[in-house]
Ligand binder design. Structure first.
Ligand SMILES: NC(=O)c1ccc[n+]([C@@H]2O[C@H](COP(=O)([O-])OP(=O)(O)OC[C@H]3O[C@@H](n4cnc5c(N)ncnc54)[C@H](O)[C@@H]3O)[C@@H](O)[C@H]2O)c1
Length: 434
């Protein structure tokens, strides 16, 4: 099938490459012409494991093309995926202008029946708004709208797209469901559950998923904070909880809060959507609030240890991306820590295996950018682990400590065992650890 994909970010590029790999001919479109030029040259502006290889393979087979020419991509396509960004606005609501811009372009250009599939995360009611907008823009348009939310996680996006737990189709007609099934035929054959529903339910499923996971994280962070006060070890507490089949061990790791381009904005968008409908989503408001508080948790511990003014101290931040295996630093807790440390007069040295460039774009020359673990700790008063990259798991603290001013590790993701770190002569400070 000929398919157009609008937006070549994390979701659009993965969707385009994976659909091409299923045998479809895919035109990926972006308004960012620089991005398209780079993609035509084989350059991907972000790090996502396995994506470079998948893109190259399908470009070589002539099934994956990149273009800034939206009109020709729409004309040749039977189905058009809308994968543009839906960032948070000041009020917390999702900014839908890019989603609507694509709908209008499709309405103006498309001839005959085509399916516009919203894959971006959008509040319930957006498919209906897109359908109305298409009719207003071009009353004779035969474009139909569908919702097909994406559940991939950065860092394993290619795997998640090809092995999803479920595929959700929100549509209004049998014709739309049938077309969606044809697009995913290769996947459906591998017995992945497909849920066919209406627009609003499909849109709501995505928010329900992300909000639940965010709530799970804020819940364990809350437990960690209580554990610290009662002398319990949260790692053992959550391990035991995870063994309860009703709970499941995943997303039960306390730390310094969730970040990224999805959880924070999706929780806020759902709170906002509920508010618009006259409902106060109190639990979700707390989830968001607790997460913002948790991002500053380690800073409080640093201040407890070193005092309020941090002049004369250099701190080493390990990991800047919002989680391992991605270069994405959007809403990363590490950025909050860096900013606060600088504001308190400290010097900061940062080391991230892939996101150094992204951090430099935000902080410029106000930080030191180390090119190795060893370089990152020279003269440092403490290591602060913000992101649990594998590179940080097996470090020789005894060796690293030789060049440090003080031997302290603040473990924002609880990846070290306190006893082992102490054997290497380090003070250990974790989250909710005994
Ligand atoms: N990143 C994730 O892990 C993830 C997972 C599931 C769902 N989502 C959702 O998918 C959507 C996209 O997220 P992302 O992280 O890929 O965003 P992104 O910011 O990485 O990419 C969005 C792309 O859309 C392009 N764009 C904007 N307007 C356009 C237009 N009119 N025509 C063509 N291209 C246009 C931008 O230039 C950009 O390249 C969001 O709604 C997000 O919530 C993201």
């Amino acid at each position: 099938m000929n398919i157009a994909v609008f937006g070549t970010g994390y979701v659009g590029l993965v969707t385009g490459a994976c659909l091409a790999n299923l045998g479809h001919k895919v035109h990926c479109v972006d308004i960012d012409e620089r991005k398209i030029k780079q993609l035509q040259e084989g350059i991907i502006s972000f790090f996502e494991p396995g994506l470079v290889e998948l893109v190259a393979k399908n470009v070589n087979r002539g099934r994956l093309l990149f273009t800034a020419d939206a009109q020709s991509a729409i004309q040749s396509a039977e189905a058009i995926f809308n994968c543009v960004g839906t960032p948070s606005q000041e009020s917390g609501s999702a900014d839908l202008r890019h989603v609507f811009a694509v709908a209008q372009t499709v309405a103006r250009t498309a001839q005959g029946y085509k399916l516009l599939i919203n894959k971006s995360t959008v509040p319930p009611g957006t498919a209906q708004q897109c359908a109305s907008l298409i009719q207003e823009t071009n009353p004779s348009s035969e474009v139909e709208v569908a919702s097909n939310p994406e559940f991939l996680a950065e860092g394993k996006a290619v795997h998640d797209f090809t092995h999803p737990d479920k595929i959700v189709f929100g549509a209004k007609t049998m014709k739309a469901y049938a077309l969606l099934r044809r697009i995913y035929t290769g996947r459906a054959r591998t017995y992945i559950p497909i849920l066919e529903t209406d627009w609003e339910t499909a849109e709501m499923i995505k928010y329900a998923n992300n909000s639940f996971l965010a709530a799970k994280i804020s819940f364990v962070n809350e437990l960690a904070n209580i554990c610290e006060r009662v002398g319990a070890d949260v790692k053992m507490v959550t391990q035991a909880m995870g063994l309860d089949y009703r709970i499941n061990p995943r997303f039960l790791n306390p730390g310094i809060g969730y970040g990224g381009s999805c959880f924070p904005k999706d929780v806020r968008a759902l709170i906002h959507t509920a508010k618009e409908k006259g409902y106060d989503a109190a639990l979700l408001r707390e989830v968001d609030l607790l997460n913002e508080r948790q991002k500053k948790k380690l800073l409080l511990k640093v201040k407890d240890r070193f005092g309020l003014a941090l002049h004369g101290h250099r701190f080493t931040i390990w990991g800047a991306s919002f989680k391992p295996q991605t270069s994405d630093i959007r809403e990363s807790p590490a950025l909050v820590l860096i900013k606060e440390l600088l504001e308190h007069g400290a010097e900061v040295s940062v080391f991230d295996p892939v996101a150094q460039g992204e951090v430099r774009n935000v902080f410029g020359t106000t930080l030191q950018y180390a090119s190795s673990l060893a370089e990152s700790v020279v003269g440092s008063s403490a290591v602060i682990l913000a992101t649990e990259w594998d590179e940080f798991r097996n470090v020789n603290f005894a060796e690293l400590g030789r060049t440090m001013k003080h031997k302290i590790v603040f473990d924002g993701r609880n990846i070290y065992e306190p006893e082992m770190v102490k054997e290497d002569g380090f003070e250990y400070v974790g989250v909710g650890r005994k």
